[in-house]
Design a protein around this ligand. Structure first.
Ligand SMILES: CC(C)(COP(=O)(O)OP(=O)(O)OC[C@H]1O[C@@H](n2cnc3c(N)ncnc32)[C@H](O)[C@@H]1OP(=O)(O)O)[C@@H](O)C(=O)NCCC(=O)NCCS
Length: 169
């Protein structure tokens, strides 16, 4: 299968924060942001694989900045690495300043999607060829993150997580 670039899988969702999507502090509710990120990441994984994709795991989420009511929020998702049937999707979340239009990074997250056929069985996806420095960094670290996710899910023995263990040696 021919390799594809991360930018070929880019998915960008821009939307407002409405009153029904906020917590008692009038900031965006975490679960709403998780859902927006899941949607963008699903579109991205689908663009890369051109298959049905399902969320296999949410590997990492950082809610580093609260996002106030009325904000314009942009969720940008790109496949950072593809394995056999699974894809790591990296998501960056930006908040736009109403007056200047400048965008500030608010959050980021990493999801794993698996491409499946009509009966839900995993199918092979094209590899990823990273281009930019950031894409290469994310690509290189993705194998360690996959191993950590599999160890935490009880699907891999810690002893077999060679690249992950190398971080601590
Ligand atoms: C995701 C799913 C298809 C995996 O099926 P499975 O029987 O575990 O299949 P496999 O063991 O062959 O794993 C398939 C791929 O997923 C990866 N994977 C499975 N669980 C994972 C996890 N927790 N973290 C990271 N990768 C995972 C495997 O490493 C494998 O990757 P590879 O083919 O690229 O090497 C299956 O568990 C499923 O359908 N889950 C429900 C998905 C869903 O409904 N999501 C919506 C959430 S409500």
């Amino acid at each position: 299968m021919e390799a594809k670039t991360p930018s070929a899988s880019i998915a960008i969702l821009t939307d407002l924060v409405l009153p029904s999507e906020t917590n008692p502090l009038n900031n965006l509710f975490g679960g709403e942001l998780l859902a927006r990120m899941d949607r963008a990441a699903s579109i991205s994984a689908g663009r890369h694989s051109r298959r049905i994709v399902v969320t296999a795991s949410v590997n990492h989420v950082v809610f580093s900045k609260a996002i106030p009511l009325g904000s314009v929020v942009t969720v940008e998702a790109k496949v950072s690495r593809a394995f056999r049937s699974s894809m790591e999707v990296y998501i960056d979340v930006w908040v736009e300043d109403r007056q200047s239009g400048d965008k500030t990074k608010a959050n980021e997250a990493i999801y794993t999607f698996v491409a499946v056929n009509e009966t839900g069985n995993p199918v092979v996806v094209p590899p990823i060829k990273p281009e930019t420095k950031l894409e290469k960094q994310r690509f290189d670290a993705a194998l360690r993150r996959k191993q950590l996710s599999l160890v935490l899910a009880g699907k891999m023995k810690p002893d077999d997580a060679t690249e992950l263990k190398a971080l601590f040696m």
